[in-house]
Design a protein around this ligand. Structure first.
Ligand code: FEO
Length: 388
């Protein structure tokens, strides 16, 4: 069985620079396979390079590592390569063609690269590593590999979670925490690549390989019913939605907040079952909001007008959802204004270009909502819910 040579990062709270919140930390998982031949799959992030290489040297004489497999070149998995290659410079690195480009781009080193394609095999003695290219899951260079006899898929980022735990395996951790981190990871990282997710999973399943374990590069190892996360990915990749409407907004003097709450009341008058959630974008973690949008069948986005535009938290979220390419979701805009009142038009245009189906032109309210416009908001919520 492979040895898990990992670094649990209990401290990290922002990943990819400041792009992804990691409320429960993360881990960078590397795996050492000791058979007749010795293979190391991936490494860890650069700040932990010396610690990683030190720990690896306790497991094996580094000169006995025959092959390094770089499933993905992003630096959270390749960051310890320079430190390791300094000590064993001639060790061959197996990766995709794009992996070579990416590793050279990151480190500007001409290491002993061996490119592999789907179906290529590397013998470790009685077991083999079989390579499967997985472009855009989630980078062009991404790759899986499969260990025969042990029936383990090393999936790198796919099926992972940013979740620090001393428990190695999926069946040992808190199931709610695991579930929250898995869906957040999919929503924020893999959503744009959903068509490739479905295609790749179907391709891998068509190989009819027995699957006892999925060893990811972040978080826990799937050993109990590993197919459960594969099934989840197939569901999430297929224009996923729950019976949820999410209202996201920002507000200056509470006018747009009042609109949000009254629209929510209207939705509930029309549909007692739907789960309505409200988030002030300026006060809520953006990755958590993206997860809620991912789960929604429809969203309402609100901002007052400022300087002929929208508040910056709303503009930022519009930019996020443009790249995420959500499918099969409806939307509308709302907001209050004092004079020019462009915000709803701007939000509507952004929603449409992000692939949302606009329900209507949105709802504008002049000044703080009056009793009359409060009724208008409630009625708008009712009609929005009934058009979903
Ligand atoms: Fe975990 Fe794409 O790096």
């Amino acid at each position: 069985m492979p040895i898990w040579v990992h670094k649990i990062d209990w401290e990290i709270r922002k990943f990819h620079g400041d792009e992804y919140s990691t409320h429960r930390g993360s881990s960078y998982n590397s795996y050492l396979i000791k058979e007749d031949k010795v293979a190391l799959i991936d490494t860890v992030w650069k700040p932990f390079a010396k610690e990683f290489v030190g720990n690896l040297a306790k497991e094996i004489d580094l000169n006995k590592i025959d092959y390094i497999i770089a499933n993905h070149a992003e630096s959270d998995h390749s960051g310890a390569l320079p430190e390791l290659m300094r000590l064993i410079p001639d060790t061959p690195i197996y990766c995709t063609k794009n992996g070579v480009k990416s590793l050279k781009g990151h480190y500007h080193q001409d290491w002993n690269f061996h490119t592999v394609k789907t179906g290529d095999k590397l013998s470790l003695g009685n077991k083999e590593l079989v390579f499967v290219e997985a472009p855009m899951l989630h980078w062009p260079d991404s790759m899986f590999c499969y260990l025969t006899e042990d029936n383990i898929l090393f999936s790198n980022d796919a099926f992972g979670q940013h979740y620090a735990s001393e428990y190695m395996f999926n069946d040992l951790v808190d199931q709610n925490e695991l579930s929250v981190e898995c869906i957040k990871y999919y929503a924020n990282i893999l959503t744009p690549f959903s068509p490739m997710v479905i295609k790749k999973i179907k391709e891998v399943l068509s190989f009819n390989l027995p699957l006892d374990m999925i060893c990811t590069s972040h978080g826990i190892i799937w050993r109990d019913k590993p197919e459960q996360i594969v099934e989840k990915y197939m569901t999430w990749a297929d224009s996923y939605q729950e019976n949820q409407i999410t209202i996201i907004y920002d507000t200056m003097w509470n006018g747009t907040r009042v609109m949000a709450e009254k629209i929510a009341e209207g939705i509930k008058l029309s549909d007692k079952v739907v789960n309505v959630k409200l988030f002030n974008l300026a006060k809520t973690d953006k990755n958590d909001v993206i997860t809620e949008i991912f789960k929604s069948k429809a969203i309402l986005v609100g901002s007052p007008t400022i300087n002929r535009g929208v508040l910056v938290s709303v503009a930022g979220m519009m930019e996020e959802i443009k790249g995420l390419k959500f499918k099969n979701k409806k939307a509308a805009a709302f907001g209050c204004y004092g004079w020019s009142g462009e915000s709803t038009k701007i939000i509507s245009q952004n929603l449409q270009s992000a692939g949302f189906e606009l329900v209507d032109d949105g709802l504008k309210v002049l000044w703080n909502p009056s009793n009359e416009s409060i009724i208008q908001c409630t009625e708008y919520g009712e009609s929005f819910a009934s058009s979903i």
